[in-house]
Design a protein around this ligand. Sequence first.
Ligand code: AMP
Length: 146
Amino acid sequence: MPYQHILVAVDLTDECHPVVRRAQALAQASNAKLSLVHIVEPMAMAFGGDVPMDLSMLQQQQFDQARERLNTFAGSYPELLADQRHLAYGQPRQEIHRLAEEQGCDLIVVGSHGRHGLALLLGSTANDVLHGAPCDVLAVRLKKPA
Ligand code: AMP
C-alpha cells in the first residue's frame, strides 16, 4: 500500500532541507499528502523542568518567533499550503506522535545524525520518535558538513 499522508518533522535548521526533499520525493512517488511540523520545546525543559519564575511571556515570544521561522523555512516549499504547516508546543516525541495520529499520517520522516559515543547516550529525536510511533518512521541520515 503506498503512503497516503507523510509528516516531516523539522527543527528549522538548513540541515533539514534534505529531509524535506526526501519526504517530498516519497510523497510524489506515492501520490501522498505531505505535511510539515515543528515543535517548540518549553523553556522549562531546557532547565530541567523546575524554574521558579513565570516564563509565560517569554514562551509566547518563543512561539511567535518559531511561527515566523517556520513560515520562512516553508517559503522554500510554496506547494505546502498553510494547513500543511504545523507548529506545536511541547515535547517533540509526544507532539509529533499526537499530530501524526490527529492528521491520519502513515509515515513520519525525521533527520538522523547517526550519533555515537557520548552523544548516543544523550539520545536523539529520531530515536525518540521511533519508540511508540503510531505509524512507520523513516530516519533520513544527515550528512556531516565537509
Ligand atoms: P536531533 O536528534 O535533535 O539532532 O534532531 C534530528 C531530527 O529530529 C531533525 O532533523 C528533525 O527531523 C527532528 N527534530 C528535532 N527537533 C525537532 C523539533 N523541535 N521539531 C520537529 N522536529 C524536530
